[in-house]
Design a protein around this ligand. Structure first.
Ligand code: NAD
Length: 455
């Protein structure tokens, strides 16, 4: 395994040669990344099954295919994105050139989380490569099979000096954070995000923090309840609820709640059969600590659906709990598991007030056919992103920036935004140095007489 300081020194030397600034180099590395995904799909699926019991289909759509599309999008658009921009000029600069040059930061540190262990390392990496940076990658130790695979594959496909993997947990990440990077891209919890931010502040290193939180869902009585249940429970059950943008809790009236619960029973049986535990399509909780944490959240709650669990397999059934109070433990932290608490409210305004009492979430979901209520939510709440009449799908829309706000994060990426995240935009003014240009500048030189002041 690479030593953090040596790895950084090697990457710094590589960056200083200027190699990553060349478009053909970036393109080759992005193509190599694409080959890495294509040629290792079975190994990636096997690692995700080992770490998370992820089904082949979920692994494909949320990791392999997602990453392939991301790399293809970068390959296709790279030369356009790299072009210097020529912003509008004012009269003062009419004779000059006004340019925004796109400059890589240098060596970036990418720290990943375990829930989408490959995607959360490789998607930022693609942005870092496209923007011309070198990178050190720290995959999550809590998804060990995926971390090992990343450490094996990166040296086989990417430039060995520019891109390096450091495996490990808190000790290794802490050692990395003592070093001076030119950018840090962190995905993980809000708590650790603050540690990363503090470490970065010592060197004034810019950061992107992709964090989590409790993403609310509001459902009213104007929607087709079956469609709403499909889309909400899919978000809750995908990866066993272990998604940063999983719908965390539901806000609805008592009347909607009853229909929601009845429909959920039908939908879950259609998807996974009578015995969810035996379905190959349903995942498991990442480790014993998280399993115990989630099961503890169920203590004292009123379970109206599901509630079964098995510690041997770290299985937790899709579960709905009702009569939830805002002060209950399940409402104090991001659930990150397949449990949906329902809080009853009377209307959209009540729901908005409830959302605004908490921290700004990563995602906000509104299921309604009332345009006025949808607008009310968009205008009167703040969240990383919003998805109307669906959950999680805004993540896959590459033309949208993805990121949090407040406690749910800082900065954004995906598609073009990934390139921008890892790019310093260097404002450049090239003054006309001819006699005519100088004449036009004359007004700024002393003596500052009255006529110049009027000008
Ligand atoms: P985590 O914060 O525990 O760990 C993330 C990374 O930080 C890991 O690589 C880990 O090794 C490292 N780390 C852990 N403790 C550390 C410490 N004391 N000092 C330095 N580094 C440390 O998060 P997690 O459990 O891996 O992921 C779950 C969280 O991530 C959830 O809150 C989820 O919402 C969030 N998340 C956010 C996004 C997003 O895109 N916004 C995506 C996935 C997950």
């Amino acid at each position: 395994m690479s030593n953090p300081s040596e790895a950084l020194a090697t990457a710094r030397n590589a960056f200083s040669t200027g190699i990553t600034k060349n478009a053909p180099f970036r393109l080759n590395q992005l193509k190599a990344l694409l080959r890495l995904y294509e040629e290792n799909t079975p190994a990636i699926i096997a690692a995700l099954t080992e770490d998370l019991h992820k089904s082949k289909y979920e692994s494909l759509i949320s990791e392999v295919d997602y990453l392939k599309n991301d790399a293809l999008n970068m390959i296709y658009n790279l030369s356009t994105w790299m072009e210097p921009e020529k912003p509008e000029k004012t009269l003062v600069n009419i004779m000059d050139q006004v340019i925004i040059h796109k400059e890589p930061y240098g060596v970036v540190l990418i720290i990943g989380a375990w829930n989408y262990p490959l995607q959360l390392v490789f998607a930022p990496l693609a942005g870092a490569i496209a923007a011309g940076n070198c990178a050190l990658l720290k995959p999550s130790e809590l998804a060990p099979a995926s971390s090992k695979l990343i450490a094996e594959l990166v040296p086989k496909y990417l430039d060995n000096d520019c891109f390096k993997v450091i495996e490990g947990g808190v000790a290794e990440t802490s050692a990395l954070l003592k070093l001076r990077f030119d950018y840090i891209f962190f995905t993980g919890s809000t708590h650790i995000g603050k540690i990363v931010s503090e470490a970065a502040a010592k060197f004034l290193t810019p950061v992107t923090l992709e964090l989590g939180g409790k993403s609310p869902v509001y459902v009213d009585n104007t929607v087709d309840i079956e469609i709403a249940v499909n889309r909400i429970m899919w978000g809750k059950c995908f990866n066993s609820g272990q998604s940063c943008i999983a719908p965390d809790y539901l806000l609805c009236t008592k009347e909607v709640q009853e229909k929601f619960i009845e429909t959920t029973k039908k939908v879950i049986t259609q998807w996974y059969g009578e015995k969810v535990k035996q379905s190959p399509d349903y995942g498991r909780i990442i480790n014993d600590n998280h399993f115990k944490r989630i099961v503890k959240l169920l203590e004292g709650t009123k379970i109206v659906y599901g509630g079964e669990y098995d510690s041997n397999e770290r299985y937790i059934a899709p579960t709905i709990v009702v009569d939830v109070k805002p002060t209950d433990p399940i409402m104090q932290e991001e659930i990150f598991g397949p449990i949906l608490p329902i809080i009853t409210i009377d209307n959209a305004v009540d729901a908005i007030n409830f959302v605004n009492q908490g921290e700004k979430p990563l995602a906000l979901y509104v299921f309604s056919n009332k345009k006025t209520d949808i607008d009310l939510f968009i205008k009167n709440t703040s969240s990383g992103g919003v998805c109307i009449n669906d959950t999680m799908m805004h993540f896959s829309c590459e033309s949208l920036p993805f990121g949090g706000v407040g406690n749910s994060g800082l900065g954004a990426y995906h598609g073009r935004y990934s390139f921008d995240t890892f790019t310093h935009k260097k404002g450049t003014l090239v003054k006309n140095a001819g006699k005519l240009g100088e004449k036009l500048q004359n007004a700024r030189y002393p003596p500052y007489n009255e006529s110049k002041a009027k000008f």
